[in-house]
Design a protein around this ligand. Structure first.
Ligand code: ADP
Length: 536
């Protein structure tokens, strides 16, 4: 951790400006030295500091002045030659215990003597030095003559500087307490925690990070994020995140997962979540990140995906065979009773559902493992939507649902993978039919100019009048295996994979999908893509 700067800065400068009124650097050598002692702020050895303070102040005052530095308890720290080894008669001085700092000057109406042969004293200056709050010291100055204006000004000045120092010391104590607290918190966390500055240099790097990255807090000193948190596929991750968040003050959090190299040929899966801290002008100044080792979870996920992949492959073949025989049976034997025909239809529908489930599962595992290929090329969006509507008209009419398609007066081209794009809209229209009992499905196009990027975009809206989605489910419908309770009671079959695949495809194709819905009123899914240049 970097040391905290305890030197007074701006305030000091203000005081230095006032210095010229009380100290003449040509004449007042000792006064200047006293101020330098305070400016150096070397107060770790309190006895030495107070002693030195007394000695130099003594030299900078008029001769004949009595000067004593002692504890409120009466323990003597320094006394000048006019009061050698003697404590101050406390009846003379004001109790300062209620005034932890500050200067009190008293003038006596009649001269007063400490001892019979001592010279008379006409004024007392008393200052509580609270630089060591647990053990303060009093400085007592007794003057033979009443203090003149210059003495007074100087004493007030010294008191002011001491007050300033006290504030400074107090602040740095508070800071170092907080620093210790942060240090103990960060070092005792079981998760990795790091703090980087705006240039990616490490400010804090806790111990658990050594396990995850191979770099101890000591190794990480003076390094930058890319030297210690090395994501194989994204070496400049923090720079990229700072750049993308810099002009977007509402966006301050982030989460990335990736494989990070941890030394010779070794790597771990790490999840880094964090947020940016901005200065008053809104510029990113620091990034605080929590790092978790997710290697075990990733390994399990990988094994699970492998299992699903093998199991679904194995299932697909026999299901396809059964489906084939069923269709042969339906066509071949004309002597089947209506009931038997119905059994065959039911069995065919059930195998179709199984084939769809197996295919969805395979696609999900491919997506999760980033093994899915997308062939991007210009696609006529209007054609794709027309085809999907055509394919689903029969299914819709079986439920007496109409599909209203409003095509734009011009064809619209986007850059996409036509097969995946068709799958996106087929899934959405299929759901609209599945989850609607009466009414209609309407599909329309909207065009707009994205303000930020000046990109022309098209949104396809698929609207139904079905069971709708409760607001608490809206965020989750795009998650894997999520089915709403409404869907479950609707008795429509489904595994909750369709919308997950839809959203993954839309994201991969550079689009955006949103949903709006009111229970029992219907839902509307909106899919937006940038329009290809020269289209429309
Ligand atoms: P499923 O195979 O269950 O339909 P999806 O991933 O396609 O899976 O959809 C997830 C869930 O979202 C559905 O189970 C259903 O609860 C809800 N849902 C999707 N589309 C609609 C819709 N048009 N109307 C109402 N609910 C819907």
């Amino acid at each position: 951790m970097r040391p905290i700067n305890t030197r007074p800065s701006q305030l000091w400068e203000q005081w230095i400006a006032r210095l010229h009124g009380v100290v003449d650097p040509q004449k007042d050598y000792f006064r200047l030295e006293l101020l330098q002692l305070l400016a150096r702020c070397e107060i770790s050895d309190r006895e030495r500091f107070l002693h030195r303070f007394g000695t130099i102040l003594n030299r900078s005052l008029k001769s004949g002045t009595i000067l004593v530095v002692e504890r409120p308890s009466g323990t003597l720290i320094y006394a000048n030659r006019h009061q050698p080894g003697k404590k101050i008669d406390r009846s003379l001085t004001k109790r300062l215990s209620d005034e932890p700092t500050g200067l009190v000057i008293r003038q006596f109406p009649r001269p007063w003597r400490l001892r019979r042969h001592d010279p008379p004293v006409k004024s007392v200056g008393q200052l509580r030095i609270g630089l060591f709050p647990d053990n303060p010291a009093d400085l007592v100055v007794l003057a033979e003559e009443a203090f003149d204006n210059e003495d007074r000004r100087f004493l007030h000045f010294v008191a002011g500087v001491v007050g300033l120092l006290e504030r400074q010391v107090d602040l740095s104590r508070q800071l170092s307490r907080e620093q210790k607290l942060i240090q103990s918190l960060t070092q005792n966390l079981s998760e990795g925690l790091a703090l980087f500055d705006g240039d990616g240099r490490i400010i804090i790097w806790n111990r658990p990070l050594q396990r995850m990255t191979g770099f101890s807090p000591k190794d990480a000193q003076n390094k930058t994020y890319d030297q210690v948190l090395r994501f194989i596929d994204r070496p400049l991750w923090l720079r990229e995140l700072i750049d993308s968040h810099q002009n977007n003050p509402n966006q301050s959090g982030f989460l990335i997962e990736g494989q990070a190299s941890t030394g010779a040929k070794q790597s771990r899966w790490l999840a880094v979540s964090g947020s940016f801290l901005r200065n008053d002008q809104g510029r990113i100044e620091q990034a605080i990140v929590l790092v978790r080792d997710i290697s075990h979870r990733k390994e399990l996920e990988q094994r699970k995906n492998e299992f699903i992949s093998i199991a679904t492959h194995e299932l697909r073949t026999p299901i396809t065979v059964v489906k084939g025989y069923l269709s042969l049976l339906a066509k071949a034997d004309q002597n089947l009773t209506d009931k038997q025909q119905q059994y065959i239809t039911n069995a065919t529908l059930a195998t179709e559902r199984l084939v769809k489930l197996a295919e969805d599962l395979l696609q999900v595992t491919r997506l999760d493992e980033d093994r899915m290929q997308f062939t991007l090329q210009p696609v006529q969006l209007t054609n794709v939507i027309e085809k999907v509507c055509h394919d689903f008209r029969e299914k819709a009419s079986k439920k007496q649902l109409a599909i209203h398609l409003t095509l734009p007066p011009f064809p619209t081209t986007i850059i996409a993978d036509s097969v995946r794009l068709e799958q996106v809209f087929a899934n959405l229209v299929d759901n609209a039919i599945k989850y609607t009992e009466k009414g209609a499905i309407s599909i329309g196009f909207e065009y707009f100019l994205e303000k930020l990027t000046q990109e022309e975009k098209v949104t396809v809206v698929i609207k139904d009048t079905g069971i709708g989605i409760d607001s608490r489910d809206l965020e989750e419908v795009f998650e894997k295996f999520h089915r709403t309770s409404r869907a479950a009671t609707s008795r429509e079959p489904g595994a909750g994979l369709g919308l997950y695949i839809v959203k993954s495809f839309v994201d991969k194709l550079g689009g955006k999908i949103t949903v709006n819905s009111r229970p029992r009123r219907g839902s509307s899914f909106a899919v937006t893509f940038p329009i290809a240049e020269g289209s429309k």
